[in-house]
Write a protein that binds this ligand. Structure first.
Ligand code: CP
Length: 322
């Protein structure tokens, strides 16, 4: 029944239409402006968000916690050491209990099935704070940063975004949101680590309605003419035993160096969700260079989380269409 009343989860940018994504970017703009004036409306007053973290986090944790505080609410940090998540208590029961106490849940999990399981049984909105194949909250910050830095006369649909490296959760979510919004998206990486067909199919389907384009290639020359170049880690949690093989495959060819940025174009911007392993997937020179917007991107995690708290709280209670 709650679904009929408008319970919305945010597990994937694909859960939102293009219109809803654009609404969120506008909400982000308004909330960022309001924060500058110390005038953010207390739209989360008396409310709380449970934040479940199976993996460490700097940006996601601090941005959600700070966003809840700025909006007048409260955030609870819950690690698996602190709660009975899937041990001693089923995911179903944890989700049902938290739903009775908090107004939203956010979970950073090892496996997508955990956040999907929380959503299945929750009666409050559940947000995916990163899983093994998606990072949707990061995408709001990333595209908002692209909007803030749009070259004069260009629209989002005109942008070409090149992601260099492994098919990470950022690579997949960025492919989805860019193609949802009508951009050209290139995944440039070694064949063995390119986006699997199922992910490509989602992005290709998006392109059919948005007019976007997906290119997957191992040819570094494809970076030419990009508006945005994105790097991400070459290995992640659970892949430590593949570290040597991965580093040998990706380095030095797919490292974002100043030469790669020059090849992309003098106006191309560099993005990275951070944390970065400088001197691996990108150089410190690029991170600190004039084309880098990585710290605007990091700041916009807070902008995005404020909008997520507001949008999903109020969408849940009163969908505009109802
Ligand atoms: N980009 C990102 O998710 O950062 P954290 O791992 O620090 O949350």
């Amino acid at each position: 029944d709650l679904n009929k009343k408008g319970l919305r989860h945010f597990l994937d940018t694909q859960d939102l239409s293009k219109k809803e994504l654009l609404e969120l970017f506008e909400l982000m703009r308004l909330l960022k402006e309001a924060r500058k004036d110390n005038a953010v409306p207390q739209l989360f007053k008396g409310k709380s968000i449970a934040m479940i973290f199976e993996q460490p986090s700097t940006r996601t944790r601090v941005s959600f916690e700070t966003a809840a505080t700025i909006l007048g609410g409260h955030a609870l940090f819950l690690s698996p050491k602190d709660i009975h998540l899937g041990a001693k208590e089923s995911l179903e029961d944890t989700s049902k209990v938290l739903s009775r106490m908090v107004d939203m849940m956010m979970a950073r999990v090892d496996n997508h099935s955990t956040v999907a399981g929380l959503a299945e049984y929750s009666t409050v909105p559940v947000v995916n704070g990163l899983c093994d194949w998606l990072h949707p909250t990061q995408m709001l910050a990333d595209v908002f940063t692209m909007i803030e830095h749009l070259p004069e006369g260009k629209k989002l649909e005109d942008l070409t975004v090149s992601f260099m490296g492994d098919a990470t959760n950022v690579c997949s979510s960025l492919a989805f949101i860019c193609t949802q919004l009508g951009m050209k998206y290139k995944h440039i990486g070694p064949k063995k680590y390119q986006m699997p067909k199922e992910w490509q199919d989602i992005a290709i389907k998006n392109c059919e309605t948005s007019g976007g384009e997906l290119i997957v290639t191992d040819d570094v020359e494809a970076v030419r003419g990009s508006d945005i170049v994105v790097a991400d880690s070459f290995y992640w949690f659970g892949q430590e035993d593949e570290k040597e093989e991965r580093l040998t495959t990706f380095m030095p060819k797919y490292v974002v160096t100043q030469e790669i940025m020059d090849m992309a174009g003098k106006n191309a911007l560099f993005m990275h969700c951070l944390p970065a392993n400088d001197q691996r997937e990108c150089t410190r020179e690029v991170m600190n260079g004039s084309q880098s917007v990585i710290f605007d991107e990091a700041e916009n995690r807070l902008t995005a989380q404020m909008a997520i708290l507001v949008y999903f709280t109020y969408n849940h209670i009163q969908k505009p269409s109802e």
